[in-house]
Design a protein around this ligand. Structure first.
Ligand SMILES: *Cc1c(COP(=O)(O)O)cnc(C)c1O
Length: 383
């Protein structure tokens, strides 16, 4: 492990990432390949080590990103990978898309034309179909009408259509209504694909599986499974059960800088929102909202100190926060765990998310650039 400032850091377990990837592979139908979703710097885990691990150690060939900068970065780490940009790229970058052998998602028919007209080379693409997410994609009432448009795009110059895809809006829900909604989304994209086949258009790819779908439905019809959050070991929704063996990849740690005793009536932190209700021991921890540890956790979050949960008292500051260590062992220099395991205790990003009303995705993507990512390469950590 290379030296780093032991103030606030994230430990990323590559062996656990690998294990998650192997489990996800085993969930896929025989002809379905995993497409690792590595947008947003691999959900805050660091795209280079994550992509290298997945491609070199797990044999993953397909990657999905949100934009051209991410795609070009991934191309640098994985020269032979297939890389799909899920969202919009300004058409004036058509040349960069082609030059880096990237596959572009087509968000509308107008967009397809703008892209072609900005390009002298052929652009590889997958066409996004909006079957109910309401975000991007071609939207038609029937699979037949949708296939008509795709057929036109397939014969357009400088466009090489290699697949179609859609995105589920509520695959993480177990309500009957949502399950039926997802079923209708799935049927629409599959029927569109069948229509194209009937017309002699055999696209290599049709895909719609995401993490939530991988956890809740099995289908051989999606040629790619776009796995994001479960790769990193978090729940698409806290109500969902994760497949056995899938565990979080990231832990977040910091250090106790200072321990003191305060008297009943003493105030802690900005705004004096916390007043000691008795004589207490208070520890100051070297992490704050500028590290991505949300200020919304003020007086709400808990932190592990020597395997014991200690509550945050008062407001989370930009670079520091305070915890109640009256009943815990705590000394200056001790390492504390904000996300992860310590002894038998554990705090997950999903738990933090619930504490302030968001989802685990936002917690891990929000760990800021200032926090060094430390990569654990050997199987040092038990699962
Ligand atoms: C982000 C994203 C995914 C991955 O979603 P997870 O819930 O993290 O698995 C898949 N497909 C599209 C289009 C996305 O934007």
């Amino acid at each position: 492990m290379k030296p780093y400032l032991k103030r606030a850091w994230a430990e990323i377990s590559l062996p656990q990432l690998r294990k998650n990837a192997e489990i996800i592979k085993s969930l896929c139908a025989r002809d379905t390949e995993v497409m690792a979703v590595v947008k947003a710097d691999a959900y805050g885990h660091g795209d280079e080590p994550v992509c290298r691990c997945l491609s070199e150690k797990c044999g993953i060939k397909y990657f999905a990103v949100s934009n051209l900068d991410e795609a070009i970065a991934v191309r640098g780490f994985c020269p032979d990978a297939e890389i799909l940009i899920l969202g919009y790229t300004p058409p004036e970058y058509a040349h960069e898309i082609a030059a880096n052998n990237i596959i572009q998602g087509i968000v509308s028919t107008e967009y397809a034309d703008m892209l072609r007209n900005n390009s002298s080379e052929t652009i590889r693409c997958h066409i996004k179909i909006d079957t109910g997410m309401g975000r991007i994609g071609l939207k038609y009432d029937t699979p037949e009408a949708c296939a008509d448009e795709i057929e036109k795009l397939c014969s357009s110059e400088r466009l090489s259509v290699e697949g179609i895809y859609t995105h589920f809006a509520a695959a993480d829900s177990d309500s009957r209504d949502d399950i039926e909604y997802t079923n209708r989304q799935q049927k629409f994209i599959c029927d569109t694909y069948k229509q194209l086949k009937k017309r002699g258009i055999n696209l290599p790819h049709v895909h719609f599986m995401n993490s939530a779908a991988l956890c809740s439905r099995s289908t051989p019809d999606s040629t790619l499974a776009r796995a994001g959050i479960i790769l990193y070991g978090l729940h698409p929704d806290v109500s969902m059960k994760l497949p056995d063996g899938i565990e979080p990849v990231m832990e977040l740690k910091a250090v106790i800088s200072h321990v003191k005793t305060v008297k009943k009536g003493d105030c802690i932190s900005y705004g004096r929102t916390f007043t000691a209700e008795k004589n207490m021991r208070i520890a100051t921890v070297t992490i704050g909202y500028a590290d991505g540890y949300s200020r919304l956790l003020s007086s709400k979050g808990e932190i592990l100190v020597h395997g014991q949960r200690c509550r945050i008292v008062g407001r989370v500051c930009m670079d520091q926060l305070m915890i109640d260590v009256t009943d815990a062992q705590a000394d200056s220099g001790d390492i504390v765990t904000l996300i992860g395991k310590d002894g038998n205790a554990r705090i997950t990003a999903d738990e933090l998310a619930s504490a302030y009303g968001t989802i685990g995705y936002e917690v891990i993507c929000g760990i800021s650039k200032r926090v060094p990512r430390i990569y654990i390469r050997e199987s040092a950590r038990q699962s």
